[in-house]
Design a protein around this ligand. Structure first.
Ligand code: G7M
Length: 325
C-alpha cells in the first residue's frame, strides 16, 4: 500500500458524470480577478511543506459557487541569481534570527518581484476538484487486460473528467498565445504548450503535447498504428523545445501518465533536473520506452499488466476490490 500526499502523484477520483457546463465560464471569475481580497477561506485542504504548496477551499464574495485556490512558492530561477541582480541590492532586507560562531541564521526579504507565488484558481470548483487536491491514501493495483476491459474501461467511460479545457486548446479557443508549436495534421499532429503547472522558468520547464486525434484515451489504446504519431511528437517536441528554450532532448523527461487525469492522449515534457509532480515509477511511462515496447510487440499495451495508483475512497478502488474477492 502506498500513501501519497503529492496531488499529482495520485490520480484524481473520477468525476461522477461527464458534464458539459458552458455556464461554468459565464459564472467564472477569471475575467475580472486582480487580487485575492474577495477570497473567503473555508478550509485548508492540504499544506505540503515539501513542495511549499497550500491548497485552499473557499468562496469569492458575491460570486456563486466554491473556489479552489492552490498557492505555490516558486523555485529560484538561476537567471535571477546573477551578481547585481535584485537579490543582492540594498532593496533586500536581512533579519537576523541568531548567530553562533561562524553560523548565522536569517530571514531574508528580497524585492517583491522575486517573491512570486504561483496561484492556480479553479472556480466554480466541484467536489471532485476538492477531493483531487486533498491528501488521501492511495493503493497500487495491477491492471491486467481483463481487469481493464471488465472494470476500468466501463468505469472511466461513464465517470471521467471534463475535457473542455483540452478541446478549447485544440480548437484555438483558449491559450492560443501560449502555443509553442503546432502540427495540424489530423492523424499525427499535436499542440505543444506550457502545462498549467508551469510558471515559465526554464529550470522547472513543463510542457504538454496534446494530440489532435480524439480517439486515443490513454497508453492502453496505443498500438503500432500510433507509432508515427508518437515519433512525430517526440521529434518535433524536442526540436521545438531546443529552438525555444535551448534544451537538448537528453535534458528532457518525456512521458505519459497511467492512469492519466484526462482521457485524451497527451505527453508530458519536463526538464530532467526538475522533480516535477507525477514523475514517480507508479505513474510515469517514458515515451521512448513506450515506442520501443510497441516496436517489439505491436499490441504490447493491450497485452501487458499495467500497475496504477488509485485513491482508497475512489469508487474504482471499491470495484477493483470486489473483483478480487
Ligand atoms: O497525464 P495527466 O492527465 O495526469 O496530466 C494532465 C496535465 O494537464 C496536468 O499536468 C495538468 O497540469 C495539465 N492541465 C490541466 N488543465 C486543466 C490544464 C489547462 O487548462 N491548461 C493547460 N495548459 N494544462 C492543463
Amino acid at each position: 500500500m502506498a500513501t501519497l500526499t503529492q496531488e499529482a502523484d495520485c490520480p484524481p477520483p473520477k468525476k461522477q458524470k461527464f458534464e458539459e457546463k458552458p455556464e461554468t465560464c459565464k459564472n467564472g471569475i477569471h475575467e475580472s480577478l486582480v487580487d485575492l481580497s474577495s477570497f473567503q477561506l473555508e478550509k485548508v485542504l492540504h499544506n505540503n511543506t515539501n513542495r511549499k504548496t497550500v491548497c485552499l477551499k473557499g468562496k469569492f464574495v458575491s460570486k456563486q459557487g466554491e473556489a479552489l485556490v492552490l498557492l505555490e512558492k516558486t523555485a529560484f530561477a538561476e537567471e535571477n541569481l546573477k551578481q547585481d541582480s535584485d537579490y543582492f541590492t540594498k532593496s533586500s532586507a536581512l533579519e537576523k534570527v541568531f548567530h553562533n560562531d561562524i553560523y548565522g541564521n536569517y530571514n531574508y526579504f528580497p524585492k517583491v518581484n522575486l517573491n512570486t507565488i504561483k496561484a492556480t484558481i479553479i472556480h466554480p470548483a466541484t467536489e471532485q476538484h476538492f477531493l483531487k487536491y486533498s491528501p488521501q491514501k492511495c493503493r497500487v493495483v495491477d491492471e491486467t487486460p481483463e481487469v481493464y476491459e471488465k472494470i476500468v474501461l466501463p468505469h472511466l467511460s461513464s465517470e471521467q473528467f471534463n475535457l473542455k479545457w483540452l478541446y478549447n486548446i485544440l480548437e484555438h479557443k483558449s491559450e492560443v498565445e501560449r502555443i509553442i508549436f503546432e502540427d495540424p495534421d489530423v492523424e499525427n499532429g499535436f499542440i505543444l504548450l506550457p502545462d498549467l503547472k508551469w510558471n515559465g522558468e526554464v529550470d522547472t520547464l513543463y510542457l504538454l503535447g496534446i494530440v489532435h486525434k480524439r480517439d486515443i484515451k490513454s497508453l492502453r489504446d496505443l498500438t503500432a498504428q500510433h507509432l508515427p504519431l508518437l515519433k512525430n511528437i517526440q521529434k518535433k517536441g524536442i526540436e521545438s523545445i531546443k529552438s525555444k528554450y535551448g534544451l537538448d532532448g537528453s535534458q528532457l523527461r518525456i512521458y505519459l501518465h497511467y492512469q492519466p487525469s484526462f482521457y485524451h492522449l497527451h505527453v508530458h515534457f519536463t526538464y530532467i533536473q526538475h522533480e516535477a509532480p507525477g514523475i514517480l515509477a507508479e505513474r510515469a511511462h517514458l515515451l521512448s520506452n513506450v515506442i520501443s515496447n510497441i516496436e517489439l510487440l505491436p499490441n504490447y499495451y493491450q497485452k501487458v499488466t499495467l500497475p496504477f495508483v488509485v485513491r482508497e475512497n475512489d469508487a474504482l478502488f471499491k470495484k477493483l476490490q470486489e473483483n478480487v474477492n
